[in-house]
Ligand binder design. Structure first.
Ligand SMILES: Cc1cc2nc3c(=O)[nH]c(=O)nc-3n(C[C@H](O)[C@H](O)[C@H](O)COP(=O)(O)OP(=O)(O)OC[C@H]3O[C@@H](n4cnc5c(N)ncnc54)[C@H](O)[C@@H]3O)c2cc1C
Length: 379
């Protein structure tokens, strides 16, 4: 039986590290990078150049998985074929797709052309080098940064940038650059309850970050964004660097006559995370439309991608043994948002569906603990 796993992110790597060599089962993994990226720490790479990668080969030892460093170009479900940019074609009996998501620019004029995303290592490098340039004494351009989107990624990024700003300003004796966070919705971090949101907002304020909620980004040029309030008031904000973290959508790479997609372009899957019309195909992580116990889409997070991956790994082993597949039951264990340095806010699930809210150093430790749990689950 030929099994192909596409992507070694939070979902795909969790699948692969759950596997054991089984006679008759041949598993190949296709991943564009030779390393796993801790995407949840990409904002740290953008602000501080932190290393956020781990080589894949040692993680796959003992799994029987053959990792090939290739970029998938197309997945044809009707032909059961995967083709790569490098010109290879792979066929499969079972396919697992976990190729993640891409930025959604919502066709806002000028945004895709002028904004940096925070979706890849090159984006982090680009932001880091802008900050370095802004603190070069010979730099004469606009030093201010505008970030669009006040969800988890946007807030984690602006707070980390603010920390770096403080350090460099003291070190180089130059005034800090301005940071604005623009959000079309009525509040930052909609995933949090009001009390935790207020803590997060207070932290943004203490860093001097200008937060503009209820301001829709209407247009971007090379050096400015135009924002508009619900009552039509419009304003232009100059920027040396524009960063867009305001939306994602599933990577659009799969083709199939009977393939169905839902919100955010996510592929419709059944209770075992398989595509109903193509039961030999599992779609997991940000690409799949996994549903919770109330029939609502699970959030696109590393936590859920990892859970889906671990379940799919187990289910591949069950398939190989001719056993029934286990059903997906997501479990949101908590949510922690880093606010720069040792500051964070979040909550942890307690028995009987109670939530324990945390702020400050303790929340930071919990955030780090969830990252270490992930590391130990794949090692
Ligand atoms: C800055 C940032 C901060 C975040 N913070 C958090 C957080 O605190 N908590 C949380 O739970 N979630 C967070 N997330 C979201 C989380 O990272 C994603 O939900 C998670 O990575 C989804 O897992 P995945 O396996 O579906 O996709 P990914 O982890 O993105 O993995 C996809 C894999 O596919 C590979 N790939 C993509 N295209 C191709 C191709 N064509 N060919 C071959 N390989 C390919 C990629 O290199 C990657 O290894 C954050 C995301 C970002 C960007």
């Amino acid at each position: 039986m030929k099994t192909l796993i596409l992507g070694a992110g939070y979902a795909g790597l969790a699948v692969a590290t759950k596997l054991k060599p089984v006679s008759g089962m041949q598993v190949t993994m296709l991943e564009r990078y030779p390393y796993h990226v801790f995407w949840t720490r990409l904002h740290e790479a953008a602000a501080h150049n932190t290393k956020v990668t781990l080589p894949l080969a040692p993680l796959l030892k003992g799994t029987g998985v053959d990792m090939q460093n290739l970029t998938v170009e197309a997945v044809d479900l009707d032909k059961k074929e995967v083709t790569t940019r490098e010109g290879q074609t792979f066929t499969y009996d079972t396919l697992v797709v976990g190729l993640g998501s891409v930025t959604n620019f919502y066709r806002i004029p000028g945004l895709a052309e002028n904004a940096t995303e925070l979706k890849d290592l090159t984006d982090a490098e680009d932001i880091f080098s802008f900050v370095q340039r802004a603190y070069d004494a010979s730099y004469t351009g606009n030093r201010d940064i505008v970030v669009g989107g006040a969800g988890l990624t946007g807030v984690e990024l602006v707070t980390e940038l603010a920390q770096r700003n403080e350090i460099l300003s003291k070190e180089r004796g130059l005034p800090p650059f301005g940071i604005s966070l623009v959000e079309a919705g009525p509040k930052i971090l909609p995933v949090l309850d009001d009390a935790l949101r207020a803590k997060a907002q207070a932290t943004l304020d203490s860093y001097g970050i200008q937060t503009l909620v209820g301001h829709r980004l209407m247009q971007a040029t090379a050096d400015s964004v135009t924002v508009q309030t619900a009552d039509g008031e419009s304003r232009v904000i100059g920027a040396g660097k524009i960063i867009w973290t305001g939306g994602i959508q599933a990577r659009d790479i799969m083709r199939g006559e009977k393939l169905q997609k839902g919100p955010g372009n996510r592929v419709v899957v059944d209770a075992t995370l398989r595509v109903p019309e193509y039961p030999e195909v599992f779609v997991i992580g940000d690409m799949g439309l996994g549903l919770n116990q109330d029939g609502k889409p699970v959030p696109t997070t590393a936590q859920h991608a990892g859970q889906q991956g671990r379940l799919t790994g187990k289910n591949l082993m069950r398939l190989a043994m001719g056993e029934e597949l286990e059903v997906y039951e997501p479990n949101t264990l908590g949510e922690f948002i880093s606010l720069g340095g040792l500051m964070a806010v979040g909550w942890m699930k307690l028995p009987w569906n109670q939530k324990l809210a945390m702020t400050g150093g303790l929340a930071h430790v919990m955030k780090r603990a969830s990252e270490w749990r992930w590391r130990s689950s794949i090692s």
